[in-house]
Ligand binder design. Structure first.
Ligand SMILES: *Cc1c(COP(=O)(O)O)cnc(C)c1O
Length: 382
C-alpha cells in the first residue's frame, strides 16, 4: 500500500505489551488458557459485566462459536443487517443457515428494528445486530421482539468495545456478544477477539466448543474424571502470546477509548459547518448512547462526490476510505442469503459513506489537517 502522511489507521502499543509477552514466555506456557488468558477473561467479565468471557482468535471465530451455540442449521434463518462485515453472515452460513438481510436506519446506520417483524418468519431462529461505529442499536425493541418470538440475539460488537446504549454495555445485552481485537479495531492484539456469554444455559457448552468439543475445562476443574470429545467444537482459543499483548492493552482500554471519543468530538466540532451548509451529514448520536469512538464518517450527497473527495484527500497524503459492500449484493450474500425486500438505505449509505482517519496516536494537528483538506474540497479548492 502507498504510504500516506496521515494513514487511515495505525496499530499501536500503549503499555506493557512486550514486557507481558516476555513474562508469558518465562511463565512457561505458550498455548492458550493460562495466566494471561485468565487475566483477560477476568478483566472482560468484571469490566463489561459478562457471565462468561472467552478469548478467541478473532471476532470471526467468536461469531462462528455463536452460530454453533445457537444450534442453527439448514432450514433455519438468521436475520441481520446487510451493512456489516462478511463474517457476520459467513459464520451462520457455515452452519448451513440462511442469512436474511434487512435494511438499516438512516440515522444510526444500524439494523432498522421497525423492519424486523416483517423479516421474521417461522424459520427465523436468531437476530444478529451490529453496532455500527460503536453506536448502539435499539436493543430494547430488538430484544423485546426476539423474546416474544423465542429468538436468540447475537451482538456483533466488533466496533463497540466499551460502548453503551441506554446505560447498558454493548455486547452484554443479547444472549451472546462478539468482539474483535484485530489491529484495525480500538483495542488490539494483532488478530484477536472474544465471545461474551450471557445466557447461563449456554456457558458450559461455550467452554466445550472453545476447547475443540472436549470437556477439558471441566476436567481441569475436577468436575469430571475423564476428558473426552463431547460435542462439536474447534480450537477457538488464542495463545498466551496474544493474550499477554491484549492484557497490556486492556489495562489502557479506557484511555484508548477516551482519546478516540475526543478525536470524534473534535472532528464533529470542526466539520459541523459543512453539515450546516448541506454538504455532508455527520454521525448521529442518540442521547442515551456512549460511543466507542470507533468510526468517524461523513455521508456525502452522491457517489461521485465520494470518489472526488477520496481522491482530493489522497492527493494531500491522507487516506480516507469507504466501508462495506452491502452483503445482499455481494456474490456470497446472493448465494447463501435471502433479501426479502429492497434495502434503499443500505444501498445509498454504502455509496456515500467516507470514513476519516482515526487512530490512538493521531495528534490534534493531524486531525486539523484532515479537516482542512475536507473543507478545502467542499469550498472548491483543487
Ligand atoms: C472487524 C469486524 C469483524 C471481524 O473481526 P475479526 O476479528 O477480524 O475476525 C466482524 N464484524 C465486524 C462488524 C467487524 O468490524
Amino acid at each position: 500500500m502507498a504510504s500516506y502522511r496521515i494513514p487511515f489507521g495505525k496499530p499501536f502499543i500503549v503499555g506493557k505489551e512486550l514486557e507481558y509477552i516476555a513474562q508469558a514466555v518465562t511463565l512457561g506456557h505458550l498455548s492458550g488458557d493460562h495466566e494471561f488468558t485468565r487475566r483477560c477473561h477476568q478483566w472482560l467479565e468484571q469490566t463489561l459485566g459478562a457471565k462468561r468471557a472467552l478469548l478467541t482468535h478473532s471476532c470471526t471465530a467468536a461469531l462462528e462459536m455463536a452460530a454453533l451455540l445457537c444450534d442453527v442449521g439448514p432450514g433455519d434463518e438468521v436475520v441481520m443487517p446487510s451493512f456489516t462485515f462478511a463474517s457476520t453472515a459467513s459464520a451462520f452460513a457455515l452452519r448451513g443457515a440462511c442469512p436474511v438481510f434487512v435494511d438499516i436506519r438512516a440515522d444510526t446506520l444500524n439494523l432498522d428494528e421497525r423492519l424486523l417483524e416483517a423479516a421474521c418468519g417461522p424459520k427465523t431462529r436468531v437476530v444478529v445486530v451490529m453496532h455500527y461505529g460503536g453506536v448502539a442499536c435499539n436493543m430494547k425493541a430488538i430484544c423485546d421482539l426476539a423474546r416474544a418470538r423465542g429468538l436468540l440475539v447475537v451482538e456483533d460488537a466488533a466496533h463497540a468495545f466499551l460502548a453503551k446504549g441506554n446505560g447498558r454495555t454493548l455486547g452484554t445485552i443479547g444472549d451472546l456478544g462478539c468482539f474483535s481485537f484485530h489491529e484495525t479495531k480500538n483495542v488490539i492484539s494483532g488478530e484477536g477477539g472474544a465471545i461474551l456469554v450471557q445466557a447461563p444455559e449456554l456457558v458450559e457448552r461455550a467452554e466445550i466448543i472453545w476447547e475443540k468439543g472436549t470437556n477439558r475445562r471441566a476436567f481441569f476443574r475436577g468436575e469430571v474424571d475423564k476428558y473426552t470429545w463431547v460435542d462439536l467444537g474447534s480450537s477457538f482459543l488464542p495463545s498466551e502470546l496474544t493474550a499477554a499483548f491484549l492484557y497490556a492493552q486492556l489495562e489502557h482500554a479506557q484511555e484508548i477509548t477516551d482519546r478516540r471519543r475526543e478525536l470524534c468530538r473534535q472532528y464533529r466540532e470542526r466539520l459541523l459547518e459543512l453539515e450546516r451548509q448541506g454538504h455532508v451529514s455527520l454521525p448521529f448520536m442518540p442521547e442515551d448512547c456512549v460511543t466507542s469512538g470507533h468510526v468517524f464518517y461523513l455521508l456525502v450527497r452522491a457517489p461521485d462526490d465520494r470518489r472526488a473527495l477520496l481522491k482530493h484527500l489522497q492527493e494531500r497524503g491522507i487516506l480516507a476510505v469507504s466501508h462495506y459492500v452491502p452483503l445482499h449484493s455481494s456474490p456470497a450474500g446472493r448465494r447463501y442469503g435471502r433479501t426479502p425486500a429492497a434495502l434503499p438505505v443500505t444501498d445509498r449509505v454504502s455509496e456515500t459513506l467516507v470514513r476519516l482517519p482515526l487512530y490512538y496516536h493521531m495528534t490534534d494537528a493531524e486531525l486539523e489537517q484532515v479537516c482542512e483538506a475536507v473543507r478545502g474540497y467542499f469550498s472548491g479548492e483543487s
